[in-house]
Design a binder for this molecule. Structure first.
Ligand code: NZQ
Ligand code: ZN
Length: 383
């Protein structure tokens, strides 16, 4: 096991009716910016619950944060925060709203061009405190310190992470799941499933606690998916989906293990260049990563086959073929199409992503083993 330091300071307030807990956890006396997305919160009653809970607080609203939050939109919020002296940010939404709010938090007191936080990994001294009311289980952003921001003007999408942007608290009421459209539930299930992959499907360095936790999250997502994809899903299915998605990327399963975020990094390029949903990009790329990197990831692929899917018969190669096929079929069972050709994406985009990786000199995967050439092979496997 690798050395590690582990600390996750996010207070989680989980359960039915938990939005009413907001006032007991807010910073008192600060001007609050309430950030949200395209308006789903106004249709499903979450906005009304938040406003009721925050009666008596001074609130400035900033709506319109897009799925795959856009840098230029977020800079408008930064300007308002500076002008109005906002002291606390409350994100009400999915990963896009929470991520966007993390960038706003980091950018308000940043002296240079905030794009450098993303494109150059520039450090920032301070961030505004933020909290979230989660409306869409998927990214884990509610309990991690990462954010992924798009810039439509340049067709780029980059991530940043800093302990300074952990939410102070996050409210997770599983009843928000009732109004999520099926396509977005599928995206959320695929995203959280593949988050576990990125922290599990690497090399086996004898980390049984982390591996068994990861397998527990995998199995929960597999078992819960058909229960939440129906109209009017039962409360417990929504609760298990929500907590599994949070646990998939709140850093509990990754201390001391090697990680491989190449499926995500390749997926981000597909969103930036072609506008595909995040969960869709991952579902396309993952089977390619499993196939192209099968030699390097052999031990973990066999462990995953046995412990998650119960696949044990046949030669190692046959087991690996079967588990790649089973995993792709699971992603398709969510209603996601898993080939580039399903989205009319061809070799030209593959070549462009390869050239971008070459120019940036990126080496992805555990120990940098997913080179631009391997990334190209992964995408070509998905044509
Ligand atoms: O914008 P609104 O109107 O709120 O509608 C949203 C949006 O259209 C809708 N929605 C959310 N909750 C709803 C709802 N509709 C009805 N009822 C509800 N309760 O769903 C749509 C998608 O929302 P979005 O926030 O974009 O989805 P998600 O949570 O999947 O976030 C995706 C973003 O997170 C990034 C992705 O790259 C992408 O930009 N990621 C962030 C990570 C992190 N911070 O750690 C890690 C992930 O790997 C990921 O990269
Ligand atoms: Zn993701």
């Amino acid at each position: 096991m690798n050395n590690f330091t582990f600390q996750n300071p996010v207070k989680i307030i989980f359960g039915k009716g938990s939005i009413a807990e907001l006032p007991n956890n807010m910073y008192k006396g600060e001007k609050i910016m309430l950030t949200y997305g395209g308006g789903s919160i106004k249709k499903n009653g979450v906005y009304d619950q938040v406003k009721k809970a925050l009666e008596g607080f001074t609130i400035i609203e900033f709506g319109g944060i897009e799925p795959n939050p856009d840098f230029d939109t977020l800079m408008k919020a930064v300007k308002i925060c500076r002008e109005e002296g906002v002291g606390f940010l409350l994100a009400v939404g999915g990963g896009s709203v929470i991520d966007g709010t993390k960038l706003i938090a980091a950018a308000v007191d940043f002296k240079g061009d905030p794009w450098d936080i993303l494109a150059k990994g520039a450090d920032f001294e301070e961030a505004l405190p933020l909290a979230s009311v989660l409306t869409m289980p998927a990214t884990g952003s509610e309990m991690n310190c990462n954010a992924v921001i798009s810039r439509r003007a340049t067709k780029e999408k980059f991530a940043f992470g800093s302990p300074k942007v952990y939410p102070v608290f996050s409210i997770l009421d599983p009843e928000v799941v009732y109004s999520i459209p099926k396509r977005q539930k599928a995206n959320g299930l695929a995203d959280s499933f593949i988050h576990v992959f990125e922290q599990y499907l690497t090399d086996d360095i004898d980390t049984p606690v982390q591996d068994r936790w990861a397998e527990g999250v995998f199995k929960t997502i597999i078992e819960t998916a058909p229960k939440v994809l129906v109209d009017n899903p039962p409360y417990n299915a929504c609760a298990n989906y929500m907590w599994a998605a949070t646990c998939a990327l709140n850093f509990f399963i990754c201390p001391g293990v090697n990680q491989d975020w190449s499926t995500h990094m390749i997926g981000h390029e597909l969103t930036a260049l072609c506008g595909l949903d995040h969960g869709v990009t991952l579902s396309i790329v993952l089977p390619g990563t499993m196939r192209v990197m099968r030699k390097e990831k052999k031990a973990k692929l066999l462990m995953f086959a046995k412990n998650v899917w119960g696949i044990t018969s046949g030669s190692d190669d046959e087991i690996i073929d079967k588990v790649i096929d089973t995993t792709e079929k699971f992603l398709q069972s969510l209603g996601i199409k898993t080939r580039l050709s399903d989205y009319n994406i061809g070799q030209d985009i593959v070549d462009e992503i390869y050239n971008r990786f070459k120019t940036r000199g990126v080496e992805l995967g555990e120990h940098g083993i997913v080179t631009p050439e391997k990334a190209k092979a992964i995408l070509e496997d998905r044509l």
